[in-house]
Design a protein around this ligand. Structure first.
Ligand SMILES: [Zn+2]
Length: 336
């Protein structure tokens, strides 16, 4: 019996559970796969089962209640969550080594290393969940690596990332990799419906999300939709000045400026790939925009330069350059 609020990934979850019961889970695992498909939720389920009074992650008991709601705690009797912090969005060395000063950031008071060394609660493992593990920097990654090499007994590190290539190679090689596939569209949509999404948005929501739950939040979805349309308009001849506001970072976002450019650039790459697909007689993945794409596909635009410009811009994002010139460069390659 699985918790009713987890959807998909049945095979992986069953296998992990069986291995856990047989004591065959390695100290360090790396969960990879697209963003927003529920990788983290699978880690939480493992921890939740142990605190559940029925040992099923029933979702009803007092133990399960700790895992309910959007504000998941950072420390539970059997779980420590490490997440990126601040505008730069990195996992810092003191989060791994010392924990944070609880007086100004009341999140957790112990660092990973100290926490991992505590004895596990009765009948529990100790789960250390490192979210967005690609945001470990070199120093925090190296400190973590030492613990990953020899985790204390009954302690499991689970690193979760949609960008495994951005992790230190030494960390990757220490972990057993568990790749996750996107959710089936039907499964993704059933979650969306529970969150109040209605049929009129179905086609676009499915096409944009590609089997992920990235756009459960309406603001995030509308932004993605506006980005696709801004690129389409730009290719159809609208000026950069008119399109740019929809593509550039929002000033009051908690995410670093550069990181906010990632999604519009990835959307552009999808659009260009769709144009190539249509020229080859195949249907686009962004099917709801087929009509606009069809017109563009017949034009003689060379897709290679904008593709290269977008990839180049993506490579520059970690350097946090000013977003506007970066975007202008890509737009120039698109219309020239
Ligand atoms: Zn329960």
């Amino acid at each position: 019996m699985y918790s009713p609020d987890i959807i998909g990934h049945q095979a992986i979850r069953q296998r992990l559970l069986a291995r856990l019961q047989e004591g065959r889970i390695r100290g360090s695992l790396l969960f990879t796969g697209p963003e927003g498909i529920g990788k983290r939720r699978v880690v939480l389920e493992l921890a939740q089962r142990e605190l559940c009074f029925r040992r099923t992650a029933c979702g009803q008991c007092e133990g399960c209640r700790l895992f309910a709601g959007d504000d998941l705690p950072f420390e539970l009797p059997n779980l420590l969550r490490i997440t990126p912090e601040g505008k730069a969005g990195v996992i810092r060395i003191d989060q791994i080594r010392e924990g944070l000063d609880s007086s100004n950031q009341p999140r957790f008071s112990r660092g990973v290393i100290e926490w991992a060394a505590l004895a596990p609660a009765m009948g529990c493992h100790r789960w250390i969940l490192v979210e967005e593990a690609h945001r470990l920097n070199e120093s925090s990654g190296n400190i973590l690596l030492k613990t990953l090499e020899e985790p204390p007994p009954d302690t499991h590190f689970i690193l979760v990332t949609h960008r495994p290539e951005a992790l230190l190679q030494t960390i990757r090689s220490r972990c057993e990799r568990i790749p996750f596939a996107p959710l089936a569209p039907r499964d993704a949509w059933s979650v969306a419906q529970r969150k109040g999404w209605t049929d009129q948005d179905h086609d676009r929501w499915i096409a944009l999300g590609e089997g992920s739950l990235r756009f459960l939040d309406e603001g995030a979805y509308r932004r993605a939709e506006a980005q696709v349309e801004a690129w389409l308009a730009l290719m159809a001849g609208r000026s950069f000045a008119e399109s740019a506001p929809l593509l550039l970072p929002e000033k009051d976002s908690t995410l670093a400026q550069g990181e906010q450019l990632r999604q519009p650039l990835e959307m552009l790459l999808r659009l260009l790939a769709d144009l190539a697909r249509m020229r080859a007689g195949e249907p686009p993945t962004l099917a709801p925009w087929q009509e606009e794409l069809e017109v563009l596909a017949t034009q003689s635009r060379n897709l290679r330069p904008p593709q290269e410009a977008a990839l180049q811009a993506l490579r520059h994002l970690p350097r946090n350059l000013s977003p506007e010139p970066l975007l202008r460069e890509v737009a120039l390659a698109l219309v020239s």
